[in-house]
Design a protein around this ligand. Structure first.
Ligand SMILES: C[S@@+](CC[C@H](N)C(=O)[O-])C[C@H]1O[C@@H](n2cnc3c(N)ncnc32)[C@H](O)[C@@H]1O
Length: 334
């Protein structure tokens, strides 16, 4: 299976509405509750869950189990240390900083041992790793976007199996479309990218479980290189858009992408990305328009050439993925 390069960008309380939602859902006295951050990078995500719940009421021994996993051993090593830069802490309130962290160096913060010890970290590959016991909450955010379509489908299906009945899966905002067509997952709220495992027996699922190929998010994957084709000014806006996407600012990202297209209307990667962003805002017609542009552009290129702005992606791949996106939106002639 094709592996695309992945980055460990993360910070505390990324997508805060999802954490608020989790705290509300777990508000009762349910016990035990298992919470797992799959693809946890340096652990900021799972520690955010610990801090939020600990703030609401002292964590009773045995009520929660917190787990963090990543296939990157260095990330896990870092997560176990619980040491963070101010950049990773940018989502943390002053109060939390004071209550749970100690500054150990210029711009470096150490999380209290008590909190660090709440979390069990281990190396685990979501594609090939061993089975996991059923989890009540799984965060798997900003991980799938680095995978090829077949791998994404496999991981979504594995996540489904690792959820306890009625368990909740939080994906990254730009990944929300991925799980939508899994028959065992029910969308709770599209603005939260949150899914609940439906409570019916697996045997009642329609088989085979086929997930649609899903969008990769090229802007995250591909720092722009000067050697790429495309007008440099347009590529600079693409880079700006990548920054906004990485910081969960889709509207600003949209604006930058539009600027890049104004300067270079042939930048297929911008059209593709805008299609995703438009779909995320439920603007299906606009998404369609951008993806049709991608198809037109891709058909003019040599299939094995690399798409400018998207390292490692050929025109042929882009054509296939975009056609599948359009088919999902009901287009038959692609
Ligand atoms: C961008 S970070 C996301 C961190 C955190 N989930 C968040 O949203 O803030 C992506 C993480 O996913 C991990 N990852 C990518 N593919 C993986 C796989 N197949 N199995 C486990 N971890 C993976 C990477 O090592 C990286 O640390």
């Amino acid at each position: 299976m094709n592996r695309l390069r992945s980055v460990g960008e993360t910070h505390f309380f990324r997508h805060p509405a999802q954490f608020d939602h989790m705290a509300k859902v777990l508000g009762g006295d349910r016990s035990p509750v298992r919470i797992w951050s799959a693809g946890c990078a340096n652990g900021a995500e799972i520690y955010s869950a610990v801090l939020l719940l600990a703030q609401r009421r002292p964590l009773e021994r045995g009520r929660f189990t917190f787990t963090g996993s990543d296939f990157n051993a260095d990330a896990i090593e870092g997560a176990r240390q619980g040491r963070f830069s101010s950049w990773h802490m940018r989502g943390c309130s002053e109060r939390l900083r004071e209550q749970y962290f100690r500054q150990v160096d210029e711009g470096v913060w150490q999380l209290d041992r008590d909190v660090v010890e709440q979390v069990h970290f281990f190396c685990h590959d979501l594609l090939e790793g061993s089975e996991i016991e059923p989890q009540d909450v799984i965060f798997c955010r900003n991980v799938l976007i680095y995978m090829d379509p077949a791998s994404m489908a496999r991981v979504v299906d594995r996540l489904f199996h690792w959820l306890a009945p009625e368990g909740i899966l939080y994906l990254g905002y730009s990944e929300a479309v991925l799980a939508g067509e899994h028959p065992g997952l029910q969308l709770i709220d599209s603005s939260l990218a949150a899914y609940r495992r439906k409570s019916f027996e697996l045997t009642t699922l329609p088989v085979p479980v086929l997930l649609p190929p899903v969008p990769l998010e090229p802007l995250r994957l591909n720092p722009l290189r000067p050697r790429l084709a495309g007008r440099p000014e347009a590529l600079a806006f693409l880079e700006e858009a990548a920054h906004f996407v990485n910081n969960d600012q889709p509207r600003q990202a949209s604006r930058s992408l539009k600027k890049s297209l104004y300067l270079d209307p042939s930048l297929a990667v911008s059209h593709y990305q805008l299609g995703l962003l438009e779909l995320g805002e439920q603007r299906v017609e606009q998404a369609r328009r951008h993806w049709r542009n991608v198809i037109t552009l891709a058909r003019r290129q040599a299939p094995t050439d690399t798409v400018p702005g998207w390292d490692g992606c050929t025109w042929d791949q882009l054509l296939q993925w975009t056609s599948k996106q359009l088919k999902r939106l009901g287009e038959t002639d692609v």
